[in-house]
Write a protein that binds this ligand. Structure first.
Ligand SMILES: Nc1ncnc2c1ncn2[C@@H]1O[C@H](COP(=O)(O)OP(=O)(O)OP(=O)(O)O)[C@@H](O)[C@H]1O
Length: 471
């Protein structure tokens, strides 16, 4: 039974696309009219629909509502020749999962459809959705929604939570959301920045001190751990906690009690523990840099936040909301942005993730001055340069033959020429594959149809790293 139905007035296109999807492991059917498509949707159990152009002149978007009401509730990806931003907006407003222009980038479509199917399967598996206050978290991509599900789960328990993600992905924002949705919401949320704990003062800051503990201690001081009593203690950058402090902290976690500096009696604090890191704590444990026992304690519930480059479909909404927020804060008229401004944002890597996006939007707004619309030229040069470079690297148009090929002296044998071209093609393909999957080998195998062993062999052969280059 097919999971995906491709509907497009161009019969050759829909047949070809369905064939490609099948070849990449996504069971797909196809048809060339809305009428037949609706019939197939009513009798099948499709999770996703690729809705193409209606060549009879009708507006295929007009059918979106009806498709979304089919009993199997398929998600729809619109694939159109039109580059009109109004069409894209209309599609999303009418419930489409995404809007993709022709010619179709197959790898991107496969990623989108894989997400659609995962989302559909989970959504209709009978799990009860939990209501959640977002606390400022923006985004509706599948990976982000899945993190929000984890937040809801974490908020309804008192288990320790470990938030993992690159810098600027929102670990602190999500930690606050867990606290604000938990029964402890009216008590303090106390942040400990483990990267900034001075060695000599760490215990003092965390546990406080008793009067007379040292010369300048002329009164009792309450440490951060006690301040979190009844509420939540958030250990930010927990991977930076010095070894000595790790041991001390483990004891505190086990008993929820500690002794202030210079104190004789233990005092207690009933806090809920959240921790965050952008490091691979598992490897740190293997290398002896982080205590295994503390690691196991910390990772009760594990929430992995996606880097922005993997949730590029959220960039539009993020950009709109950040622009609105900025204009509200500075009491200025809100600005719009051109489609190519959004294109540039969507094609950049964002090593600093959402924090970098916020800074970039603020810079663009200040550069735009009185202009009502943001254009790519308002973006920092470094971003525009990388986007331009990427566009060429990813271009699928074959490059012109090297001049050597046109020189009778060096004209290569067909066999040699063919091998060179295949080598170039495979290198480009594998680089794109690593970029699109962010080095995820399982997903790469699925998209490429290669076995794990073959994929590793090719990556080695062409000296391609699993992590896409940020150059
Ligand atoms: N999904 C989101 N929606 C809205 N704002 C977000 C989102 N994710 C992050 N932000 C914003 O991005 C900025 C960085 O987020 P935050 O400080 O939580 O990241 P972080 O992962 O803790 O970073 P670091 O590891 O560098 O401390 C903050 O201004 C935060 O409000």
């Amino acid at each position: 039974m097919a999971d995906v139905l491709v509907i497009d007035g161009d019969a050759a296109f829909s047949k070809h696309l369905a064939g490609e999807l099948e070849a990449h492991g996504l069971p797909a059917a196809h048809c060339d009219s809305m009428f037949r498509g609706m019939g197939m949707l009513h009798t099948g159990n499709y999770k996703g629909v690729v809705l193409g152009d209606d060549l009879s002149g009708g507006d295929s978007l007009a059918h979106l509502g009806a498709i979304r009401e089919i009993p199997s509730f398929p998600e729809v990806i619109v694939v159109s020749r039109s580059r009109d931003p109004n069409m894209a907006e209309k599609a999303i407003r009418n419930g489409a999962w995404n809007y993709v222009t022709k010619p179709v980038n197959l790898q991107r479509l496969l990623v989108l459809l894989t997400r659609v199917i995962e989302f559909h399967t989970e959504k209709h598996s009978g799990q009860c959705p939990v209501s959640l206050r977002r606390e400022g978290i923006i985004g509706n991509s599948r990976p982000l929604l899945s993190c929000l599900d984890n937040v809801a789960q974490a908020a309804s328990s008192d288990a320790n939570v470990l938030l993992i993600g690159e810098t600027g992905t929102g670990k602190e924002l999500f930690a606050r959301a867990i606290h604000k949705n938990s029964p402890r919401r009216n008590k303090p949320f106390v942040v400990v920045d483990c990267a900034a704990l001075p060695d000599t003062l760490a215990e003092n800051l965390l546990f406080g001190h008793e009067r007379g503990a040292y010369t300048s201690a002329d009164s009792n001081s309450v440490g951060l751990v006690k301040q979190a009593d009844g509420g939540t203690l958030f250990l930010d950058e927990v991977g930076e906690l010095p070894m000595g402090m790790q041991k001390v902290f483990l004891r505190v976690l086990e008993g929820r009690s500690f002794r202030p500096v210079g104190g004789i009696r233990e005092i207690t604090s009933d806090f809920r523990l959240l921790a965050a890191t952008n490091r691979d704590l598992g490897s740190m444990v293997d290398n002896g840099e982080f205590r295994r026992d503390l690691f196991y304690r910390l990772r009760g519930i594990r929430i992995k936040l996606p880097p922005l480059r993997l949730i590029a479909e959220d960039i539009n909404e993020l950009a709109c909301k950040f622009i609105q927020r900025h204009s509200k804060r500075f009491k200025t008229a809100s600005k719009g942005f051109s489609p190519d401004f959004l294109d540039a944002l969507m094609n950049y890597d964002w090593p600093g993730n959402i924090r970098e996006l916020i800074n970039t939007i603020e810079q663009a707004l200040s550069r735009a001055g009185n202009d009502a619309v943001l254009y790519p030229r308002h973006l920092p040069r470094a971003i525009r340069a990388q986007v331009a470079r990427r566009a060429l690297e990813n271009a699928t148009v074959p490059s012109p033959p090297p001049s050597a090929v046109l020189d009778p002296e060096t004209f290569p044998a067909l066999k040699v020429y063919r091998q060179q071209q295949i080598g170039d093609l495979e290198t480009r393909y594998l680089r794109n594959l690593m970029a699109v999957t962010n080095g995820n080998i399982k997903l790469s195998c699925r998209l490429s149809g290669l076995s794990r062993a073959r994929l590793y062999a090719l990556l080695k052969q062409y000296d391609i790293s699993r992590v896409p280059s940020r150059a």
